[in-house]
Design a protein around this ligand. Sequence first.
Ligand code: DU
Ligand code: SF4
Length: 219
Amino acid sequence: SDLEALAARIADCTACPRLVASRHAAAETGPGPYWARPVPGFGDPGARVHVLGLATAPHGGNRTGRAFTGNPTADTLVAALHRAGLADRPTSRHAGDGLRLQGAWMASAVRCPPPDHRPTRAERAACAGWLTAELAALPDVAVLLCLGRLAWEAACDWGGVRPRARFAHGAEHVLTGGPRPGLRLLASYHPSPQNTRSRRLTPGMLDAVIARAVAAASP
Ligand code: DU
Ligand code: SF4
């Protein structure tokens, strides 16, 4: 399929020298094996909701080779997707676990793990083309649910929103131009252990923002 061919091209990308180094450096710090290549998006080709992170997690996607897989953030997110009926199970542990999404897609704006989770402007610009290409192969996506301020800012920059729309949990902005006019950006706090432990983002808040994404994406 288009998406499979695209995934293979993404996984071969070496456009950002610093991130090629950091994906291998992360692999040296943990018990192997590590994917240590760019991580394509994952989910249902008929997805209406696209969940967007900022960048691949060094020991999550960079280890397992699948977006939002193999770390605590992944389990928080996929448990919520499961409660919403968008995932067939509440966990996302490894690429061979059989997880299937229905109506949802997950990817990061930057597909390699940047040092300190902070990609440069040039790295974000380099990887934006992969988001455009994946969305071109996901014709039913109507809502981009952006996890965290930095994912929101990356989505605004990718979507040509200038000045950027203000980030807040629950903020929305509909793109009027850029690669996908009409696409609705919806912001959530990031489901990181830090945000969930402090209850800055509660399960109820995550359920509510996912429900809003699903409702807004319904035909
Ligand atoms: O072989 P396949 O049914 O095309 O699935 C490929 C891949 O994508 C598999 O890892 C499951 C996932 N997937 C999904 O999560 N949801 C779908 O609706 C279709 C495929
Ligand atoms: Fe390629 Fe994106 Fe990784 Fe840069 S961050 S090397 S553009 S996949």
